[in-house]
Write a protein that binds this ligand. Structure first.
Ligand code: PEP
Ligand code: MN
Length: 352
């Protein structure tokens, strides 16, 4: 439920509500909106007395949270969540957060070469797989901790935070030791024990949507992370298993971006690389994702795609990535000049 405070309620009144709800066994989260302060409360309702809360000073009303994904929902927390990674603020007014780098870290040289190029082009976060979820057990499985060490070295050298996937609960300590953002891959979206475990690291988590997950399943998976007390979650749309298997690897669900922005306060990232599987589809879909209201992108880049040990066909060459970044800057500036991309997220409940 949400306890709505009257306009101009004092901080002590909010504290009293939080205190009383805590005594009734609820976990609470306060969000300060422009007009009102809301106290979201999650927990077992057995010991709950609405009358007691309604009698507290400053309380306007109690509203039930109808969505099954309670903490993730915009109902519970109307303002956009901003996920802070070092000095970056993902989910705020600055929309151009591009996570770029190779699918897999293949060698120190390959990573450094790619990191330098993506940094130069304007990427703000470096990606690179160390533990790789491959369809075939005979395909390259990643360099493991060696790759994490190279990523950490690249972070120092190029001043970029790093994101990498954690595939297994066993690897959570080592991956969280090195990474700034932990990625949960599409195949693990509903690995609930893994979700709880990564949540408890306290690090920002990027959760990728499963290839056949509904939006509700996706948001409920994110709810697992928030329910552990970690609110720093990025939701990544990376394409669904669609009818087309020849011309694209997956079908990128662009409409999911405004849907999720409307349903949830969490930042949305679009991955046009896995979303299409073809390098020449990456730029068009990256731009579409931004225009649809994404807070950032994830793009795979490789200096020699033909030699890549994974996902070569979808890798951009550094020069192509550089041109894409220039276009993305122009698009985000145009959207900001038009009053921000919020108008495109469908968030206002009424048409105007
Ligand atoms: C990746 O980002 O390297 C990856 C494997 O992505 P996904 O889980 O979306 O397939
Ligand atoms: Mn990949």
């Amino acid at each position: 439920m949400i306890v709505v405070m009257k306009g101009g309620s004092a901080p002590e009144q909010v504290d009293a509500v939080v205190h009383e709800l805590g005594k009734m066994g609820f976990r609470t989260h306060v969000s300060h909106g422009v007009e009102r302060t809301l106290v979201g409360a999650i927990g077992d309702k057995t010991g709950f007395s609405a009358d007691h809360i309604l009698r507290l000073d400053g309380v306007l009303e109690i509203v039930p949270i109808r969505r099954p994904y309670k903490l993730v929902s915009r109902e519970a927390h109307p303002p956009d969540t901003i996920v802070r990674v070092g000095s970056l603020e993902i989910g705020g007014p600055d929309k151009l957060h591009v996570m770029a780098g190779p699918c897999s870290v293949e060698s120190r040289e390959q990573l450094m070469e790619t990191a330098e190029a993506v940094k130069q082009a304007g990427a703000t976060i470096l990606r690179g797989g160390a533990f790789k979820p491959r369809t075939s057990p005979y395909a390259f499985q990643g360099l493991g901790e060696e790759a994490l060490r190279y990523l950490a070295e690249a972070r120092e050298r190029f001043g970029m935070p790093i994101i990498t996937e954690v595939m297994d609960s066993e690897d959570v300590p080592v991956v969280s030791h090195y990474a700034d953002i932990l990625q949960i891959g599409a195949r693990n979206m509903q690995n609930f024990t893994l979700l709880r475990k990564v949540a408890r690291t306290g690090k920002p988590i990027m959760l990728k949507r499963g290839p056949s997950a509904t939006i509700e399943e996706f948001l409920l998976a994110a709810e697992y992370i928030l329910s552990e007390g970690n609110r720093d979650v990025l939701l990544c749309e990376r394409g669904l298993r669609g009818v087309e298997q020849t011309f694209m690897r997956n079908t990128l669900d662009i409409a999911a971006v405004p849907v999720i922005k409307r349903e949830s306060h969490l930042p949305v990232i679009v991955d046009p690389s896995h979303g299409t599987g073809k390098w020449y589809l990456v730029a068009p879909l990256a731009k579409a994702g931004m225009v649809a209201g994404a807070d950032g992108l994830m793009v795979e880049v490789h200096p020699r795609p033909a030699e890549a040990l994974s996902d070569g066909p979808q890798a951009l060459l550094p020069g192509t990535f550089d041109r894409l970044m220039a276009e993305l800057r122009a698009i985000t500036q145009a959207l900001a000049a038009a009053g921000g991309s919020d108008a495109l997220t469908g968030r206002p409940a009424v048409q105007a």
